[in-house]
Write a protein that binds this ligand. Sequence first.
Ligand code: NAI
Length: 261
Amino acid sequence: MYQDLKDKVVVITGASKGLGRAMAVRFGQEQSKVVINYRSKEEEALEVKKEVEEAGGQAIIVHGDVSKEADVINLVQTAVKEFGTLDIMINNAGFENPVASHELSLDNWQAVIDTNLTGAFLGSREAIKYWVENDIKGNVINMSSVHEMIPWPLFVHYAASKGGMKLMTETLALEYAPKGIRVNNIGPGAMDTPINAEKFNDPEQRADVESMIPMGYIGKPEEVSSVAAFLASEQASYVTGVTLFVDGGMTKYPSFQAGRG
Ligand code: NAI
């Protein structure tokens, strides 16, 4: 646990399931004040709120689609209105869908870019604006992916969104470092969350993905939420502009394992 996270106000987008949910609960354990953003299922968001409160934190839920500017502005304003300030902004909402690139529609491309990249930009912009205006040394955590560096056929829109997130984060980190505002990415590998449920419930596909992970197993959401807590805490006070990969070694060219090549 990180003492300095107690009473900190943290906004988490897409927090009604998966990694967002795990982070909400973790910040609850840290006794933070958690703003749970959700897009569609209010009942799931209310469940997460209950989990956060049971873990020792405070929580509110805020509906909103991160690809819509007005919703993101409302999200940050609601956090400040309800909890008095904002300390940590976690841009986690994201999605993917496989399509051969030559058949990918502009609408599909745009939808993924709008949520994964533009949504993270809007969340970062609104949080940073508030911090600059109020002289607060806040920090942003963007949920990127190993696919900010690993190309991914059938997911060109997703890979482009995460690749964009890499330089967006590095640029924001550089721009706001003089103000003490930190901006970092987490780059998960293959994690056990609903986004992957279909794939990982099939033993053959699960084993195939596991074979690409040097540590040999699919990651647990708590292995990401612990890293989010670290990056948000004062223990990471000198860390900015990095992507912290949480991937069991997936980005380390596993095909070269055992001295091949
Ligand atoms: P998930 O599908 O379990 O949860 C994603 C959440 O984001 C859902 O609650 C969904 O409703 C919400 N969301 C999607 N679009 C939204 C929008 N426009 N506005 C607000 N909320 C929206 O997925 P998971 O696994 O928890 O993923 C979270 C983040 O982590 C995503 O950005 C994903 O790209 C990233 N990631 C996940 C990995 C994994 O293996 N699970 C690996 C690498 C990155």
